[in-house]
Design a binder for this molecule. Structure first.
Ligand code: ADP
Length: 265
C-alpha cells in the first residue's frame, strides 16, 4: 500500500534507519486515514441537518402542508435543526482548536461549588420540561480550584445536558465531594444508560451508543470528546460508570488549591 516503503535488508545502521523511516511512513498513513475519516464524519454530520432544513423549508415555502398544525410542526423541525447546526459548528470549532493545541486557557481561582450551582440553575428549565428531578448537594465548603471558569462551566453544562437528554424518568443528582486535597464532581442520572462494552468508546469523536439515539435526542456526538480534553488540560480526571436501563454516573476529580479548605470542611 505504501509507495514510499524502503526495502533495505541489513542489520547495519542503514537498516535500522530504513526501519525508522518505514515506521514514520506507517504513522503518516494512519494519520491520513484518521483525517480522512474525520472529514467524512464532519461532512456527514453537517449534511444531515442541512438536508432537513432544505426539505422542510421547501415544504413550507411551497405550502405542501394540509393544516396549520402540520406547518407548525415543520417549522419546529426547521428551528430544532438550525439549533443543532449551531451546536455542531461550536463543537467543531472547539475540536479544531484543541487539535491544534491552540486552546488558550485562562487559569484562575475558581469556586467550583458556586460554578456548579450556577450551571445547575441554567439547566433547571430543561429538567422541569421533562419533569425530571434535579438536585445539587455537597459535603463541605472548600471548593477553590485552579481552572478556567468558562471551560469548567462548559464541562459541567455538557454533563448536565447529556444527563437530562438521556433520562426519561427519575432525575439527575449532582454532588460535590471533598477530601483533604481533592474535590470530586459527580453527575448521576437515572436515564437509559450505556452498555458496558461501549463505555470505552463514548469519549471518541462522533461516537454514539446507537446511531439513531443521539439524533433523536439532539446531540452532536462531540460533547464528551470535548469534555474529556477540557478535563485533561485542566489537570482533572474523568471517570464513567453506567448500567443499561438504570443510569449513568460521571465523576470528575480536581486537585483543590492548597490554601483553601483547612479547617473549613
Ligand atoms: P451527543 O452529543 O451525541 O450526546 P456525546 O459525546 O456527548 O455526544 O456523548 C456520546 C454518546 O454517549 C451519546 O451519543 C450517548 O449515546 C452516550 N451518552 C452520553 N451521556 C450519556 C448519559 N448521561 N446517559 C446515557 N448515554 C449517554
Amino acid at each position: 500500500e505504501l509507495e514510499t516503503r524502503l526495502e533495505i535488508k541489513s542489520k547495519d545502521e542503514i537498516g535500522s534507519l530504513a526501519d525508522a523511516i518505514n515506521d514514520l511512513a506507517i504513522d503518516l498513513q494512519h494519520y491520513r486515514d484518521t483525517r480522512q475519516e474525520l472529514f467524512s464524519n464532519i461532512s456527514h454530520e453537517l449534511r444531515t441537518p442541512i438536508t432537513y432544513l432544505e426539505g422542510y423549508s421547501k415544504v413550507v415555502k411551497d405550502k405542501l402542508y394540509e393544516t396549520e398544525e402540520e406547518k407548525d410542526r415543520y417549522l419546529d423541525i426547521i428551528y430544532q435543526e438550525a439549533v443543532r447546526l449551531q451546536h455542531l459548528v461550536d463543537d467543531l470549532f472547539d475540536m479544531a482548536k484543541m487539535e491544534e493545541g491552540k486552546i488558550s486557557l485562562v487559569f484562575e481561582r475558581i469556586d467550583l461549588s458556586e460554578l456548579v450551582e450556577q450551571a445547575v440553575r441554567k439547566v433547571e428549565l430543561k429538567a422541569k420540561d421533562k419533569s425530571l428531578r434535579l438536585t445539587n448537594s455537597q459535603s463541605g465548603k472548600a471548593s477553590l480550584v485552579h481552572a478556567d471558569g468558562k471551560r469548567m462551566e462548559q464541562i459541567v453544562l455538557n454533563l448536565l445536558e447529556n444527563a437530562i437528554r438521556y433520562t426519561e424518568q427519575g432525575g439527575i443528582d449532582v454532588h460535590l465531594v471533598y477530601t483533604s486535597k481533592r474535590v470530586t464532581l459527580i453527575v448521576e442520572d437515572t436515564g437509559i444508560g450505556i452498555p458496558e462494552e461501549e463505555l470505552p468508546y463514548i469519549f471518541e469523536r462522533f461516537y454514539r451508543v446507537e446511531k439513531s439515539r443521539s439524533r433523536q435526542f439532539g446531540g452532536t456526538g462531540l460533547g464528551l470528546s470535548i469534555v474529556k480534553k477540557l478535563v485533561e488540560v485542566q489537570g482533572g480526571e474523568l471517570q464513567v460508570s453506567s448500567k443499561l436501563g438504570e443510569g449513568t454516573r460521571f465523576e470528575i476529580q480536581f486537585v483543590l488549591l492548597p490554601d483553601n479548605g483547612e479547617g473549613r470542611t
